[in-house]
Write a protein that binds this ligand. Structure first.
Ligand SMILES: C[S@@+](CC[C@H](N)C(=O)[O-])C[C@H]1O[C@@H](n2cnc3c(N)ncnc32)[C@H](O)[C@@H]1O
Length: 237
């Protein structure tokens, strides 16, 4: 090999490794930092900390997360990193993040980031309205009844309540599952909050919840932003 051929061969292999390759937390932090000065919708680090504590306290350890609203994959990458930290990298084929994004072009950015950090076996991006994607996963047997350990709501707030009720209809929760929701205060999801604060639909044999609003260090419109953490305390009988 000589001349041009040699250059082509050695150049890429001599390049320094990409700083985010196989490093989910480094990419999450870089995106979070970027979001502090530029437009990027993401579940901020100060809020993620609250959610992370809840996930770490779960017994048994959570393995399956569904996420409503992927955008560029920042929070999906964080959920996968948290689960991998909890179970160790050898458990990659046993942990799953299913994340739903309506925009194909945005989903492609997320897939590229997910691949860059080496999480393509763990994070599954599904394109289309979240409710349709979720039904599809259940029909295909990819998510079993009682198979969701945590559901994260971070798409458009008008869908929070109906999509939570779809999870109930599909019997996805078990006692101890968590439902975490962003932006319930601003822009606001009042019907969702009213529902979880009432403990659910009510009535014999229905899914029941307890819920708490956690103030975070992330300030929006002069107030600490809320993360709503809801526990499933009873499932449909
Ligand atoms: C706030 S961003 C998600 C941010 C992401 N969870 C993160 O923290 O990195 C909301 C995303 O939800 C998507 N979305 C809104 N409604 C949706 C729906 N019904 N089904 C699927 N995706 C939806 C939007 O296109 C947008 O990309």
């Amino acid at each position: 090999m000589a001349g041009e051929d040699q250059l082509i061969h050695t150049n890429p292999t001599n390049m320094p490794p990409h700083p985010y390759r196989n490093n989910p937390w480094a990419l999450y932090r870089a995106l979070d930092e970027y979001s502090q000065t530029r437009h990027l919708m993401n579940f901020k680090e100060t809020k993620l900390r609250v959610a992370k504590q809840h996930l770490e306290s779960m017994q048994p350890k959570p393995k399956t997360v569904i996420e409503f609203g992927t955008y560029v994959g920042c929070s999906a990458i964080a959920w996968a990193a948290i689960l991998r930290d909890l179970h160790g990298p050898s458990a990659d084929n046993d942990i799953h993040i299913y994340t739903f994004e309506v925009s194909e072009s945005i989903a492609q950015v997320a897939r590229d980031f997910i691949e860059l950090v080496g999480l393509q076996e763990v994070v599954h991006v599904l394109v289309g309205p979240a409710s349709e994607s979720l039904r599809g996963l259940v029909e295909q047997g990819k998510i079993a009844p009682s198979g969701v350990d945590m559901a994260f709501f971070d798409h458009w707030e008008k869908f929070y309540l109906s999509d939570l009720q779809l999870c109930e209809e599909l019997a996805l929760f078990h006692v101890g599952s968590k439902v975490i929701a962003d932006n319930t205060d601003i822009p606001g999801a009042p019907d969702y909050l009213e529902y979880v604060r009432a403990g659910g639909k009510g009535g014999e044999g229905e899914v029941r919840y307890t819920t708490r609003s956690f103030e975070t260090e992330h300030v929006v419109q002069g107030r600490p932003n809320i993360v709503e953490v809801t526990d499933v305390v009873a499932v449909r009988s």
